[in-house]
Design a protein around this ligand. Structure first.
Ligand SMILES: [Zn+2]
Length: 306
């Protein structure tokens, strides 16, 4: 017995300081998980709650999510109220103090990101599901992706100070990979600057601003409000007036109204994933932009959209 205890102590002693076990990181979306995976490397395990093909505003709460949160060292959320409809009760029921808002393991990834559509006046129900803290789909600007990565590196370093150099090195590699991507994507879309499009939900303003698309309307009459006949007729008229050839829809929306708009205007309906995992090609954060940019360039060429 003595010998066993001695061996056990020796084994513990020989474990390097960094191997306090891998940090268990949980993120709300696959985009954040992808960025965390790059930054955390082999020092963390990471799992996303929502799948990339799901609407991140509406995620069905499952008991397994509570278990994930119970064991999490770090929780990374998109914030700006994206997850307000489903995440707070899960966090509460996890009874894990680390991942409660304000807890040592809680990270709101939006804190340093550039956020669009922050409402100027008072937000009322009549405005639809408007987010008082601005548009939460900010990860679709790769410059914001770099800021998210920096915040994740800081949070991981806080939890594992001995691994700071590793996280910093991984962050630099991720940033370089995104910078190379941005050059490629800007060059690919440069000839089509100002191309007019309609999107289903307000998922793409950050993407449009970065890459020069002009979103002239939405299939939803107001954010989170399903299409109405009158709004659809108005939108068709406006698209005809402005000669809009593309309707971009997220994979999780019903294509019935977009298809009717397509028939009414001669525009093409293109399913554009806003998240990693939204289609099988979007395997990570950089691959998501590679896929979306290629999809758009092809659609613009095919339709002659301007
Ligand atoms: Zn939204």
């Amino acid at each position: 017995m003595k010998r066993f205890i001695w061996l056990l102590l020796a084994a513990l002693w020989s474990v390097p300081a960094s191997a306090q076990g891998k940090l268990n990181v949980v993120t709300t979306t696959e985009d954040l998980a992808s960025i965390a995976r790059d930054v955390g490397g082999d020092r963390i395990t990471v799992e996303a709650i929502a799948k990339g093909y799901q609407d991140p505003h509406f995620v069905e709460a499952k008991p397994s999510f509570i278990l994930k949160l119970q064991k999490a060292d770090v929780l990374v959320v998109v914030g700006r109220e994206l997850e307000i409809g489903w995440l707070p009760p899960l966090i509460q029921q996890s009874r894990n103090a680390r991942v409660q808002p304000g807890g040592e393991g809680y990270l709101d990834a939006s804190l340093h990101a550039s956020i669009l559509e922050i409402p100027a006046g008072q937000v009322t129900r009549a405005m639809g599901d408007v987010h008082p803290q601005g548009n939460p789909h900010y990860w679709l600007d790769p410059e914001n992706g770099k800021k998210i990565a920096r915040d994740i590196a800081d949070k991981l370093s806080e939890r594992r100070p001995n691994d700071r150099a590793v996280f910093d090195k991984n962050l630099a590699a991720f940033t370089a990979k995104v910078d190379a991507g941005v050059k490629r994507w800007l060059a690919d879309l440069a000839p089509y600057k100002g191309t007019k499009v309609v999107t289903y939900h307000r998922s793409f303003p950050n993407f449009a601003e970065r890459f020069g698309l002009n979103i002239i309307g939405y299939v939803e009459p107001k954010p989170g409000i399903p299409p109405s006949p009158q709004h659809t007729l108005d939108l068709i008229a406006e698209m005809k007036r402005q000669n809009v050839k593309l309707v971009l829809i997220e994979p999780y929306f019903d294509s019935k109204t977009p298809n009717a708009i397509g028939r009414g205007t001669g525009a093409e309906v293109v399913v554009v994933p806003p998240s990693v995992g939204g289609v099988k090609e979007a395997t990570d954060y950089v691959a998501l932009f590679d896929y979306d940019v290629r999809l758009l360039v092809d659609a613009i060429k095919r339709t002659g959209a301007k």
